[in-house]
Design a protein around this ligand. Sequence first.
Ligand code: MV4
Length: 446
Amino acid sequence: MFKKILIANRGEIALRVIRVCRELGIKTVAVYSEADRYSLHVKFADEAVCIGPAPSRESYLHIPRIISAAEITNAEAIHPGYGFLAENAQFAEICASQGLKFIGPSPDAITAMGDKALAKETMKKAGVPVVPGSEGVVKEVKQGLEIAKALGYPVMIKAAAGGGGKGMRIVFEEGEFEKAFQMASGEAGSAFGNPDVYIEKFVEQPRHIEIQMFGDQYGNVVHLNERDCTIQRRHQKLIEESPSPIVDDELRENMGAAAVKGAKGVKYEGAGTIEFLLDKEKNFYFMEMNTRIQVEHPVTEQVTGLDLIKLQMRVAAGERLRKKNFTPRGHAIECRINAEDPDHDFRPSPGEITSFHLPGGYGVRVDTHCYAGYHIPPYYDSLIAKLVVSASTRDEAILKMASALEEFTVEGIHTTIPFHRKVMQNGAFASGDYDTSFIERHYNKD
Ligand code: MV4
């Protein structure tokens, strides 16, 4: 096992990694920006190195400063967390060239999954179902029009360099195609420096179901069941759960087997997630692969009993995965508590937390880096806590979540807690029967 690692991240995920390192006897190095001087990851790590000013570009995204921090502290490996440099193939490559183990997949796997059109073709070749559409990128409008006609409208135009909904356009009829194509391509060009787009049949009223994957350095790949992340707002997930209320054993087995084929196809190492769209008839289609540990990993931990961060450390250090039975036990739900005002279009609400009281009880878990007196800086994401409950059934988990949300007190800033309280009372949510338009349909205040 490593003796010392550097954590190239901040917030709750940095704390989560530090805690695992303590359990494994690994020394930790925190890095921090000038805005994070008083953060708990700085306090709890064995060493801490300031890597620059508040803006991410000059600190958490500044590769030479992070590599230097690892070198001066003699760290052997880097845990990237999520966001920032977690899916940057160049960073993974530089780590390797400096003799630092990047705790994650190979640069090649990151690159292959980063181009969404290439990722789709790679998965298709490995035998994973994909949404019918163009084979790879479409360079000309004329070619696009032919493909769209053959697929039948509505279709979606997606940026190859996109992901998470950026540079995406839905087209309902032929007359709108050309303009949408130019818009999507132009948007992709200015946002990602790559104007390439591809085309897909539009899947109506889908669910977002993702499979947690793990691979080791010897080609063994396992799946750890699904998470249902259908409750999203503008491509930001707000609630995640496992198992999905609409996935039965047979579908779980089929999606899991497909995901394993896909991950084996890219010799995947470490934690990763394969996202699927599930249509009304419960057909599933590959959407994207995320080559990182995700925010919502705790719901999988709660139903499998595995510590996924610990598992990341172990496979990065060369341990082998042994196939076990990972059938989910009970039910877990996560609510993302963000410093945002749900009554004003979820606008960010940074500032000082003046009082902070956490819920408790059996099966209640809170992953947070916040405390009373903490100032939420305006520079980074707005996640302040992940509230995760587990119970034997979904109905119990919903009641437990409602109760925990009642206890959870945060003063000084606005949070998404009141929004989550309403969802836990919502009949459609309780029934498990909804799609990705849930929030627009039930909570549109715009
Ligand atoms: C789709 C789709 C329907 N049909 N692709 C949104 C983010 C990006 N990862 C892909 N997304 C979608 N792709 C086809 N062919 C609908 C969405 C989508 C969506 C997917 C999952 C969760 C929430 C969503 C909200 C709007 C659109």
